[in-house]
Design a protein around this ligand. Sequence first.
Ligand code: B1M
Length: 215
Amino acid sequence: MSMDLSKISEKLISGDVEGLKQLTEEALQSDTNPGDILNHGLLPGMDNVGQRWKDGDMFMPEVLRCAKAMSGAMDILRPKLAESDMGTAGTLVIGTVAGDLHDIGKDLAAMMFEGAGYKVINIGIDQPNENFVKAVKEHKPNLLGMSALLTTTMPRMGEVINSLKEAGIRDQIAVIIGGAPVTEDFAGEIGADLYAPNAGSAVDIAKEYFEKQKA
Ligand code: B1M
C-alpha cells in the first residue's frame, strides 16, 4: 500500500537526515511511485522550508540540514526515478556562476529536472564562465541552467551567454536562469531564453518553451 507522503514532507521539514532516508526506503518498499515521493513528499516539504525561511521561522543551519536530508533522500530516489522514467526529456547542464557559493536552489532545480526525466550534469558552484561553455560543448545539452544568489554575481550570467555566442553555440541551447535576485526583466536584458522564479516551476517553463519551439 502506498505511503502517506505528508510523512515524508514532515520528516524533511524536521531536518531528520537518517529518518528521511529510512522513510524514503520504506515508501519505495511499499510500492509508492518514486515520482510521487519526489513531487508529493519531498518537494512540498522543501517548499515549506523555503517559505518558513522567508517568514523568519527557520534559520540557516536548519535550512541546510533540510537540504542535506533532501539530498540524502534523492540519492536513494535517483536510480529509481531513472528506471521509472518516461524517456529522457532532454539534457540539462546546470551550475552556479563564478564567485557564488550558493547551491541549495540550484540543486533543487537540478533535482526537479532529474525527477522530470532530464539527464542532469550539475557542474557545481563558483564556476568560471568558460566552464559553462566547456560543459555545453562536451555534453551537448538542450538546456543550460545558471543560478546566482548575489547581486554581484548576476552579471556573470550575461557574460556566459556572450561566451556561448562567441563560441558559436548559443543557438544550440536554451538558457534558463534563476536565483533570488534574478528577475524576468534581467533575463530579458541579458538574452536568456527563460527565467524561473522557483525550482518547482522551472521544469514546466522549459517544457512549455520546447513545446512552443516544436509547434
Ligand atoms: Co548567502 N546571501 N552569502 N550564504 N544566503 C544571501 C543570498 C543573502 C540574500 C542574505 C542576506 O543578506 N539577506 C545575501 C545576498 C545579498 C545580495 O547579493 N543582494 C547573501 C550574502 C551577502 C552572502 C555572503 C556575501 C555573506 C558573507 O560572507 N558576508 C556570502 C557569499 C558567499 C559567496 O557566494 N561567495 C554568503 C554565504 C552563504 C552561505 C555559504 C553561508 C550559505 C550558502 C550555503 C549553500 O548554498 N550551500 C548562504 C545562505 C544559505 C544564504 C541564504 C540565507 C539562503 C539561500 C538559500 O539557500 N535559500 C540567502 C538569504 C535568502 O535567500 N533569504 C543568502 C533557499 C533556496 C531554496 O532558495 O537559492 O533562492 P534560492 O532558490 C530558489 C529560487 O531562487 C529558484 O529556486 C529556488 C526555490 O525553489 N532558483 C532557481 C535558484 N536557482 C535556480 C536556477 C533555476 C531555476 C530556479 O534554473 C537554472
